[in-house]
Design a protein around this ligand. Structure first.
Ligand code: R5P
Length: 323
């Protein structure tokens, strides 16, 4: 056995407080216990971490989505990485199923930050050796990291779900122009047509209408997005589609259920049959939305972690469905 192999012989998965349920599911899938660590607070709110087992030379994975409370979860992750680094972990992979701060990924107006890059720098400065993530807001964010990034997608999980439903005459819709590629790839895998809802400005008073580009002669529409935050985007798209034909059944799919502000109320009232999300983030107030289906990404992440540990390709996990 080579030295490098010996170095990473034992793999340990740690979790912060962002999504311990998902971390536990991943560990269960891999049939290993979660690593022992305490992630708490000093009385003044500072983050206090204690790794409670030897990690020297080990291949360590830290599961922590940077979901709300975003700054708390991000800082926890940085402090955990620092503790692992100082405890001589052999390699530290951050598993960030939902990468927050990703929307600010370019200067689209003067004097604004690029937080997606800032956070990438913070993670690597803290000591992250690689990152595993899922459905980034934009794929280019991978390039903000100077360490290897494995970028998974929940698309295969959604595809399996819809294939089981055996729906006929499906059209896959992107709720905005930015998500067309995602929708097109999903439609291709479903053997469906694709359409897009595009905002059009009517006048200088910023009155906007939603144009549906593409043919919607169908009964079933799947709107697909990377995330639902306040719910505005997906609800507007659903309404625009219903205006075409009231009989259309609208399914809303998103990997990350941020569900900020009035999202639950908006989705409840929207003409949407079912909202299908994953557990990359613990869904706030999930029990208040009857039409919610939560699919788990634990199996896919566990598979990827195992492959990274064993230096195997993760490409097979995409099953053709690259976003
Ligand atoms: C935007 O580019 C994203 O892909 C999502 O469409 C957006 O973040 C959803 O936000 P909200 O639910 O607040 O409309």
């Amino acid at each position: 056995m080579s030295d490098a192999k010996k170095l990473f012989e034992e793999m340990i998965i740690f979790s912060g407080n962002a999504n311990p349920e998902l971390a536990a599911k991943i560990a269960k899938e891999m049939k290993i216990p979660l690593g022992r660590c305490q992630v708490g607070r000093f009385p003044d709110g500072e983050i206090k971490v204690k790794i409670e087992q030897n990690v020297r030379g080990r291949d360590v994975f830290v599961v922590q989505s940077t979901c709300p409370p975003v700054n708390e979860n991000l800082m926890e992750l940085l402090v955990i990485i620092d503790a692992l680094n100082r405890a001589s972990a052999g390699r530290i992979t951050v598993v960030i199923p939902y990468y927050g701060y990703a929307r600010q990924d370019r200067k689209d107006q003067p004097r604004v930050p690029i937080t997606a890059k800032l956070v990438a720098d913070m993670l690597t400065v803290a000591g992250a050796d690689r990152m595993l993530t899922m459905d980034l807001h934009s794929g280019q964010v991978q390039g903000f990291f100077n360490v290897p990034v494995d970028h998974l997608t929940a698309a295969p999980i959604f595809l399996d779900y819809f294939r089981e439903k055996k729906m006929e005459g499906v059209v896959v819709v992107s709720p905005d122009v930015g998500g067309v590629k995602r929708a097109r790839n999903f439609a291709q895998e479903m053997g469906a047509n694709v359409a897009v809802v595009a905002k059009r400005r009517l006048d200088d008073d910023s009155t906007e209408v939603d144009d549906v580009i593409g043919e919607i002669k169908t009964k079933n529409v799947i709107i697909i997005d990377d995330q639902i935050s306040g719910g505005g985007t997906v609800v507007r798209a659903a309404r625009a589609l219903k205006e075409i034909d009231k009989k259309i059944k609208v399914y809303a799919v998103a990997t990350h259920a941020v569900f900020a502000g009035q999202a639950i109320e908006r989705l409840s009232e929207a003409p949407i049959e079912e909202v299908i999300i994953t557990d990359t983030i613990p869904t706030p107030r999930a029990d208040e939305l009857d039409k919610l289906t939560i699919l788990s990404v634990a199996g896919e992440l566990a598979d990827a972690i195992g492959r990274i540990h064993n230096n195997q390709s993760v490409a097979t996990l995409f099953r053709g469905a690259l976003f």
